[in-house]
Design a protein around this ligand. Structure first.
Ligand code: ZN
Length: 368
């Protein structure tokens, strides 16, 4: 399903083929938690050049329910999105959102954060839900320990993740679906290797790095990726889960990762933060009250071409919905352009120059 097209250092450009279309990598995947990328129309996602979006198993299982979505023709048809979709396993949300979760060999018992109802999520159940949703890329059910954790905890966890991955493999998915394995092991290189070795024996069409950006220092994540990613199979897509800020994504690309997702561009938008070429810009700041400039003068998105900082600041201040929508659109455009330009640079063989230029501008933090 993956063709490697070019490399520049460790950075890779490739194509992932799915039944709902091709994905040109490296790629950022907007997060459509509850079958919607918050604040945007599907037409907006088309215009942004989104090639694949994410859906969350945990949320869709609770509301409206995977069975309802299957009766409505699957997630693609339900939300009228005909391009690829990736669904997570539900594990991460169960550990982070739900109450009173009890972890056993069988799975995780949790109480819904909405109405307190009790549920058991197992590897088999996660596969059943994702099969009903009909996503193109299905994620294995894993345990994701917070960092820092002891070696003992990390090792026990990656071994459980391996046994769960094996159980996921026994469940038959729909013919168009591809199941990715998730490598755990925290910041310990040898544990990451142990985790990957087990998963490679199960032979997945793609591998994800899980358990990062969960409390460790940023440099520690960068170092781990730099050392470990080149050891991941070169002929399969490599996905860094839930990461991160613009520079984190670029560091991931530099290390040889292909796929990224994060709620940061959409969540921060709703808090008034534009991500710009000169660093984050908080539209709430008084200095923008009468600022006629576009949010990011270097951006050619439809928000930056039309609206001023002064106007968007006003909308945000009085609580108009449009403010969050405009910032969300720009922020996702910013990410999509960033990975698209990274791909162009990789193909041209000058990714390091692109990285350095982007890095220097972004970290100048002009709007601080
Ligand atoms: Zn813009």
């Amino acid at each position: 399903m993956f063709t490697l097209e070019a490399t520049s250092g460790q950075a890779r450009a490739g194509t992932i083929k799915t039944a709902h279309g091709e994905i040109k990598t490296p790629i950022f995947m907007p997060v459509g938690t509850r079958a919607s990328v918050k604040g945007l129309w599907q037409e907006d996602l088309d215009e942004l050049g989104a090639q694949i979006i994410l859906g969350n198993t945990y949320h869709l299982f609770l509301r409206p329910g995977h069975e309802l979505i299957e009766r409505m023709g699957g997630l693609h048809k339900f939300m009228t999105w005909n391009k690829p979709i990736l669904t997570d396993s539900g594990g991460y949300q169960v550990f982070s959102l739900a109450d009173l979760n009890k972890l056993t060999e069988e799975g995780v018992t949790f109480q819904s954060h909405i109405d307190g109802t009790k549920h058991l999520l197992t590897p088999e159940k996660s596969m059943e839900i994702q099969r009903a949703l009909g996503s193109d890329i299905v994620m294995a059910f894993d345990e994701c320990p917070k960092l820092p954790s002891t070696r003992e905890v990390l090792q026990r966890s990656l071994q459980l993740t391996y046994r769960w991955a094996k159980r996921c493999k026994t469940v038959e998915l729909k013919p168009h679906q591809h199941l990715f394995g998730i490598v755990q092991g925290g910041l310990e290189l040898d544990l990451r290797r142990e985790s990957l070795q087990g998963l490679k024996e199960l032979d997945f069409p793609g591998y994800a790095l899980g358990g990062l950006s969960v409390g460790e220092k940023n440099e520690e994540m960068v170092e781990l990726c730099k050392a470990f990613v080149p050891e991941m199979p070169a002929d399969k897509p490599r996905y860094l889960m839930g990461v991160g800020k613009p520079i984190d994504v670029l560091n991931g690309i530099k290390a040889g990762l292909d796929m990224f997702d994060c709620v940061l561009p959409t969540r921060n938008a709703r808090n008034g933060q534009f991500l710009t070429h000169a660093g984050p810009l908080n539209i709430k700041k008084a200095r923008f009250v009468e600022d006629p400039l576009p949010p990011d003068p270097q951006c050619d998105c439809r928000v930056c071409r039309r609206y001023s900082r002064s106007y968007i600041r006003h909308l945000f201040n009085v609580g108009e919905y449009l403010a969050g929508q405009l910032i969300t659109f720009h922020n996702l455009y910013f990410y999509m352009q960033m990975v698209k330009n990274a791909r162009t640079a990789i193909i041209a063989g000058n990714f390091d120059d692109y990285y350095q230029t982007f890095y220097n501008h972004y970290t100048s933090n002009q709007w601080e």
